[in-house]
Design a protein around this ligand. Structure first.
Ligand code: PHB
Length: 400
């Protein structure tokens, strides 16, 4: 019997199978796929998850290597790190990581090595937090609280300062420098975070970005920063080591877009025109808004799909989709909804609760349940390294 650890079932999946249930074990989830330079053995991805297990200096604690390596335990798995700051100023919340100092780079290198020792692959998700930083936390460190515009977040009193041209150019360089550090530490690539109301998304969103210079005011201008970051990072480390994450529908942290189709189709068109194929594109489903999924809010946007982006991207490189998937709905998505395209599926909450998730899906083994209460338990191994492998996995992998 498989141990269950907690309490929550999570919300309904985004896409309910309308056809006979497809057995995940024999589905395209287990069809190998080349992604950038990586030969993935299957299409089950461990996605970026903020877990707050870094120390006060925003450096990974040593036990994080076990957590990442466990989730890499099926060879040929793509493991993506939690979002990681590109400069100390963007380390805007307690216990979130950076990849800036030598000490931070060395700590990440141990994690990268541990994933590679399992013959799996590793991308680092890199970001700025902008106005999603905690203002009082930045103030203590003497850092400025800033965003695309001086528009505060709901329920936060502090008003961010509009970033200057010089600060914008500096942040582009910080993405480049961080990408170089990741590759120097052995990482297979970087995923640029432009989603969920964090810094790059604060430029993309017309609800947040009220600028009147070349970084705001039109679809083209709002997309300028993310496109320049992608281009600069691609020039530095090569397109097959670069990925981009977008969340077109998310209202999390009030980064809505008035013209979702126009805004995202422009980005896709520009990526196709200006950079070679990226390693992958990572897209959050309409129902994958963290406001609903992580914090238990209402599931919104039922019925809206990512299809317009997949059509425009047209298999230029693989696409990872995320947002409330379960093994059966993921199998259905790959066999039916996304059958025209090279798609992979990310499982956040199920993967954090099941270090052997890939093995469990392959063998139809019941999943451990996740415990929402320990998702963000700072610096603790509780709810982190204590989710068990299945007995079946342990039996197969027992030392002789
Ligand atoms: C979070 O820390 O809550 C978080 C981080 C990155 C995301 C979404 C949510 O993309």
């Amino acid at each position: 019997m498989t141990t269950t650890t907690t309490t929550s079932n999570g919300p309904a999946p985004p896409t309910k199978p309308t056809k006979p249930i497809i057995d995940p074990a024999s589905s395209r989830l287990f069809k190998p796929l080349q992604v950038g330079k990586m030969q993935l053995a299957h299409r089950i991805v461990f996605p970026p998850l903020t877990r707050n297990r870094n120390d006060e200096a925003h450096t990974p604690l040593p036990f994080m290597a076990k957590y990442y390596a466990d989730r890499a335990s099926t060879p040929g798995t793509l493991v993506i790190s939690e979002a990681t700051a590109v400069s100390h100023l963007e380390e805007g919340q307690d216990n979130t990581p950076g990849f800036v100092s030598e000490r931070q780079a060395a700590a990440w290198k141990s994690i990268i090595d541990a994933v590679h020792a399992k013959e799996s692959y590793y991308f680092q998700q890199i970001w700025g937090m902008g106005r999603a930083s905690y203002p009082e936390f930045l103030a203590k460190k003497g850092f400025k609280y800033r965003s695309s515009s001086a528009i505060p977040m709901d329920d936060v009193e502090a008003i961010p300062q509009e970033m200057t041209e010089e600060e914008i150019l500096e942040i582009i360089q910080s993405f480049v420098d961080t990408a170089r550090r990741v590759i120097a530490a052995g990482g297979d690539g970087v995923e640029i975070h432009c989603a969920h109301g964090y810094l790059l998304d604060q430029f993309l969103s017309d609800a947040v970005n009220k600028r009147t210079d070349r970084w705001g005011g039109s679809t083209e201008n709002r997309a300028r920063l993310v496109l320049q970051v992608v281009k600069a990072v691609v020039d530095a480390v090569g397109a097959d080591r670069v990925a981009l994450r977008l969340s077109p529908y998310a209202a999390f942290q009030q980064a809505e877009k008035g013209d979702i189709h126009g805004q995202y189709l422009y980005i896709i068109e520009q990526l196709k025109a200006t950079v070679p194929p990226l390693a992958y594109l990572s897209l959050v489903e309409a129902t994958g808004d963290p406001g609903a999924l992580i914090f238990g809010g209402k599931t919104v946007n039922q019925g809206k799909t990512l299809d317009f982006i997949l059509e425009a991207w047209d298999n230029r490189s693989p696409v990872i989709v995320a947002g409330g998937y379960r093994p059966e709905t993921a199998a259905w998505a790959l066999e039916e909804h996304y059958k025209k395209w090279d798609v992979l599926v990310a499982f956040g909450r199920h993967f954090l609760a099941n270090p052997d998730l890939v093995f469990r899906i392959r063998h139809g083994i019941e999943l451990n349940r996740y415990n929402r209460a320990t998702f963000y338990l700072a610096e603790s191994e509780v709810g982190y390294n204590d989710y068990p492998f299945s007995e079946e996995y342990l039996a197969v992998h027992a030392e002789a």
